[in-house]
Design a protein around this ligand. Structure first.
Ligand code: AMP
Ligand code: ZN
Length: 115
């Protein structure tokens, strides 16, 4: 846990945030500034600063984040139409919250590349 980390504070319940999924490894909630009709974030309960900070022992957690992303896409009704999963890492990656998170975006078609 990281006292001042925004997403650790959400995990601790200090910032009231409706959860769309939770288990012992991770939680998920809707992005406060959605970039698509569906825009959810999946975060580990434990503080991992970014993908670049993940350790070998975090492998099961990383796998769970991806499995939950697919589950949320199913729950939100975008699995058949398709969706985008994104992990922004570091400055050039556009990361703004330094607690690892997977974005799930859908409900519209996306271009490529990221810009
Ligand atoms: P990133 O730029 O990849 O680090 O993504 C951080 C995301 O967190 C952005 O899409 C923000 O809109 C989102 N965000 C920031 N604060 C909150 C919050 N309190 N609740 C939900 N989403 C948030
Ligand atoms: Zn954190």
């Amino acid at each position: 846990m990281n006292q001042s980390c925004l997403f650790c504070r959400i995990v601790r319940g200090e910032i009231p945030t409706p959860l769309i999924y939770e288990d012992e490894i991770c939680i998920a909630f809707n992005d406060i500034n959605p970039q698509a009709p569906v825009h959810a974030l999946i975060i580990p309960r434990d503080h991992i600063t970014s993908l670049a900070h993940a350790r070998p022992q975090d492998g099961a957690t990383l796998g769970q984040l991806m499995l939950v992303a697919a589950r949320i896409a199913e729950d939100k009704g975008i699995a058949a139409s398709g969706y985008r999963t994104v992990i922004n890492t570091g400055a050039d990656g556009g990361q703004s919250v330094f607690h690892l998170h997977v974005h799930v975006l859908g409900g519209r078609a996306f271009g490529w590349g990221p810009g």
